[in-house]
Design a protein. Structure first.
Ligand code: KIV
Length: 293
């Protein structure tokens, strides 16, 4: 299990600065890497949430989320796999396209590079990141790993592909680590994560997800970097926060890590609605006359 832890009315990308977001005309409201940078300077937090389809992307964008992440957690929550390993690049591209279509106003869409889409070589990773950008319309990609992916990050950034890093618990390495425990507890591991964060920044990322690391370490990294940190299970000092939509909406019920706050209980809402629908059909109460032609 992952760490677990429109119609096209999309506005043109105008690199509108965050300071202009509140009062700007619609076409300057779209979040870009520049917006994220300026939000950090102003101490304004970034709200990121995963999304995998058109309908939820539309709702999250309407509600003002800054970044929609088409996470490879789709392997878990959409496909029902135990890990993020099985999801393919083509599947990620398909879902990212749906999410991009849902955004009409504000949110930047970031698509995860799935397992084995970049590990073989820098060139292959670069080509696959290019596919994501060209075939989905996403605003950037996310890649797991530290120093071992800095050449990838450099190559992509130089070509104009915005890259988000991902450190701490990196679920694509589950078979290497064997556990989803908190990372960066030991001094050595904490130092490694700090070095990785600095190396990613130097290579050109615009933000870094910090997953399941101590809040004190995340604070140190956030203060050390000029690029933004987005935490999940990394305490309150990060420049932004991300949660998997199924967790925050209460669609997943068996997954209870302490970093998840449930803002709704949709699983029960859905079950109640379907039970009522079933009962109405069985008893002949649906459809009624006004619902018929
Ligand atoms: O795949 C995902 O959803 C993620 C977030 C949990 C950061 O990587």
């Amino acid at each position: 299990m992952k760490s677990r832890t429109k119609t096209t009315t999309a506005r043109p990308l105008t690199n509108g600065s965050a300071s202009s977001i509140a009062n700007a005309p619609a076409e300057t409201r779209r979040v870009t890497t520049r917006t994220i940078r300026e939000m950090k300077k102003r101490g304004e937090k970034v709200t990121m949430v995963t999304a995998y389809d058109f309908t939820f992307a539309r709702l999250f964008d309407d509600a003002g989320a800054d970044v929609l992440l088409v996470g490879d957690s789709l392997s878990n929550v959409i496909q029902g796999n135990e890990t993020t390993i099985p999801v393919t690049l083509d599947e990620m591209i398909y879902h990212a396209r749906l999410v991009v279509r849902g955004v009409r106003e504000h949110a930047m869409v970031i698509c995860d590079m799935p397992f084995m889409s970049f590990q073989v070589s820098v060139e292959e990773g670069f080509r696959n990141a290019g596919r994501i950008m060209k075939e989905t319309g996403a605003g950037g990609i996310k890649i797991e790993g530290g120093e071992r992916v800095t050449d990838h990050v450099r190559r992509m950034s130089e070509a104009g592909i915005p890259v988000m890093g991902h450190l701490g618990l990196t679920p694509q390495s589950i078979h290497q680590f064997g556990t989803y425990r908190t990372r960066g507890i030991t001094k050595d591991e904490a130092n490694r994560i700090k070095q990785d964060a600095k190396a990613l920044q130097d290579a050109g990322v615009f933000a870094i997800v910090l997953e399941k690391v101590p809040a004190s370490l995340a604070k140190e990294i956030t203060e050390m970097l000029t690029v933004s940190t987005i935490g999940i299970g990394a305490g309150k000092h990060c420049d932004g926060q991300v949660l998997v939509m199924h967790d925050l909406l209460g669609l997943t019920e068996e997954f209870h890590p302490r970093f998840v706050r449930r803002y709704a209980t949709l699983a029960e809402t859905v079950r109640t609605a379907i039970r009522k629908y079933d009962s109405d059909i069985k008893k002949g109460r649906f459809p009624n006359e006004s619902e018929s032609y």
